[in-house]
Ligand binder design. Structure first.
Ligand code: ADP
Length: 237
């Protein structure tokens, strides 16, 4: 009981650390944004907003949005700014975002970054940008070993996080698949889109005075990388 009370107190303190701000997880595909987002969710009790997951949901449901974006996503190209801006705007006004939220995969273009910063000012929120820096050779190796459960979405990696039985989800026994846009040529297209459209946003955020932290994430376990993220949030100097 005592341990539980202590952990609740620690948890609420840490939520206060973010003061309702948005955490923008920034980095190339395969840099571990999704994994770090999950740690942040568990630690701070605030939601993850992944535009990639939201878009894949539309595709899985085969609704009009899903049908409109499927070809672009499979090719590794970005979908329209207008669409993702609308999705994010609607999502951040939900009540669970009141104490802050984690943006994973958004913004990805200058236009999205401007819309986001206007939105945050309107909501009287600040932003903390965490830039996961990873060597490109490591990214390619990581993505080529990545497998996903088509049923529950759990991610595995043949080298860093293998499933207990190769090719089978630990949680529901489903056969694992390669995500359509993790195929080799498509990964290069995604990295190029990142270099061309997304990486320059670091300078945009620095230019408007956002807190931007670089975290080297090429080596070490995901937990060790998260340790560095927390350290920076606690001692930003
Ligand atoms: P990764 O970061 O590994 O590329 P994501 O799941 O974040 O994976 O994104 C997968 C794809 O979803 C992108 O290649 C793009 O087609 C689309 N997408 C996700 N977020 C955005 C966004 N903010 N703007 C435009 N397209 C997006």
């Amino acid at each position: 009981m005592l341990a539980r009370t202590t952990s609740v107190i620690a948890h609420s303190r840490e939520t206060g650390l973010l003061a309702g701000d948005a955490v923008v997880l920034f980095g190339p595909p395969g840099s571990g944004k999704g994994t770090q987002a999950k740690f942040l969710v568990a630690h701070f009790g605030i939601p993850q907003i992944s535009t990639g997951d939201m878009l894949r949901d539309h595709i899985a449901r085969r609704d009009p949005i899903g049908r409109a974006i499927e070809a672009r996503m499979k090719a590794g190209s970005l979908v329209s700014d207008e669409l993702v801006n609308d999705l994010v705007r609607a999502r951040v006004s939900e009540p669970d975002c009141a104490n802050g939220f984690i943006l994973d995969g958004y913004p990805r273009t200058r236009q999205q970054a401007e819309v986001l910063t206007d939105l945050l000012r309107e909501l009287k929120r600040g932003e903390v940008v965490i830039h996961l820096v990873v060597d490109y050779n490591i990214i390619i190796a990581r993505i080529s070993g990545r497998r996903v459960c088509p049923k529950c979405g759990t991610l595995y990696n043949s080298s860093s996080r293998p499933s207990r039985i190769p090719g089978v989800c630990d949680l529901d026994g489903e056969s694992l698949v390669v995500r359509e846009d993790d195929r080799e040529g498509v990964v290069l297209e995604r990295l190029e889109a990142y270099e061309r459209q997304t990486r320059p946003l670091i300078d945009y955020f620095r230019g408007i005075g956002s807190r931007v932290f670089e975290v080297h994430a090429s080596s070490g376990t995901p937990e060790a990388v998260f340790g560095k993220v927390l350290e920076l949030l606690r001692h930003p100097a």
